[in-house]
Design a protein around this ligand. Structure first.
Ligand code: COA
Length: 337
């Protein structure tokens, strides 16, 4: 990462992120960002408006391998951008989590533009063509302008307080012996993701873990695994685990419940199965003391992108995924004349 000025007309310089120097100022920017976001969406909670919480989050990010740069103007950190390197199922990539980027309101989002310009050249040189960013909704315009399209929507909902006391007809908790009847439904989410227009890459291991994964969820007493029985078997399921305290994050407030999985058999879709399951699962979560529910879905999924907002989920962040043209690393690409 060069320590040089990024443009002759500005005093903004880009420097490598050094935790000893930059953790404190970066935590301040992050806390200010979350104050903005919690004002826009109170269900996110105020935990990460606290400087020490943000500092701990960034220390953890550094420990987890997040590396990057800061933008400095007149001796003050005006923004930072970190990313974690990885490969495999997600391609050879750099991944910026929600806490890995923030800018000072005075400097504005253009600072992230500069930081991305400075960092992404190194990512490309390292053959990292896949760039992922989890951006708060308020910062979406900046990332979209940098060529990042939507991949995943992260959303939140206040769990209803007025709760029905009885599960709707056919809705009950799953038991391990339901796995046989559930089998035809287990791959429906993968199918929806692999199909057009989502076109998510799904490899064999993602299919291999389905049965064992669902059995684990059914057997976990902390997880609310609801099924809806139809005339000829199970028509749908909704799975809601609590968010463990150690997994609470900027997008998953402490004490929240997560709507993790849901699917309805194709023959039963559009008949209210998913709605009844979701309403009851949320009512049950309320009875267990949860006040907030989080979920996420593929932006291009024609089912979930309609269904979850209709259930009241409000987007708070988007995971964006930019794929650079592979020819950029080949001999035919001319970087300048
Ligand atoms: C998303 C899914 C669970 C919805 O379940 P469902 O049982 O068909 O939903 P319902 O019959 O209860 O429909 C409830 C509402 O959504 C609407 N709806 C459902 N699917 C819809 C679609 N594809 N397009 C538009 N509206 C739709 C219904 O008209 C109904 O409207 P309302 O909100 O006014 O009440 C189901 O489509 C599904 O299994 N999809 C494939 C797997 C998947 O993508 N799961 C989500 C992973 S995040």
């Amino acid at each position: 990462m060069p320590g040089s000025s990024v443009g002759p007309s500005t005093a903004l310089t880009i420097e490598p992120f050094r935790p000893a120097v930059h953790l404190g100022p970066a935590a301040e920017l992050l806390a200010a960002r979350h104050q903005r976001d919690a004002r826009l969406e109170p269900a996110l909670g105020r935990r990460f408006t606290v400087l020490e919480e943000c500092r701990a989050l960034l220390e953890q990010a550094w420990e987890d391998g997040a590396r990057g740069a800061v933008a400095v103007r007149e001796g003050t950190v005006a923004g930072y951008l970190l990313a974690r390197s990885g490969e495999g199922q997600r391609g050879r990539h750099c991944w910026t989590q929600s806490q890995d980027a923030a800018y000072s309101p005075a400097a504005g989002p253009a600072v992230l533009h500069r930081l991305y310009a400075a960092s992404s050249a190194d990512w490309l040189a390292d053959g990292r063509l896949h760039h992922y960013v989890v951006a708060p909704s308020a910062d979406l315009p900046l990332w979209l302008s940098l060529g990042f399209p939507h991949e995943q929507v992260h959303a939140i909902l206040d769990v209803p307080t007025a709760t029905p006391t009885e599960a709707p007809h056919g809705v009950r908790k799953a038991v391990p012996t339901d796995l046989e009847a559930l089998e035809p439904l287990l791959g429906l989410i993968n199918e929806a993701h692999a199909a057009p227009p989502v076109f998510a890459f799904t490899d064999q291991p993602m299919w291999d873990v389905l049965r064992s994964g669902h059995l684990e969820l059914v057997n976990d007493p902390a997880v609310a695994y609801w099924v809806c029985e139809g005339r000829d078997g199970i028509d749908g399921f909704v799975v809601m685990p609590p968010v463990p305290d150690e997994e609470a994050s900027i997008l998953k407030p402490e004490g929240s419940v997560e709507l993790l999985l849901a699917a309805t058999a194709p023959h039963a879709r559009g008949t209210g199965v998913g709605r009844r399951l979701t309403e009851w699962a949320l009512a049950d979560a309320g009875q267990r003391g949860h006040t907030v529910c989080v979920t996420d879905w593929r932006a291009a999924n024609p089912f979930s992108s309609v269904f979850w907002p209709r259930r009241g989920f409000r987007p708070v962040a988007h995971r964006l995924h930019r794929i650079l043209d592979p020819r950029l690393t080949g001999p035919d690409h001319v970087a300048g004349v």
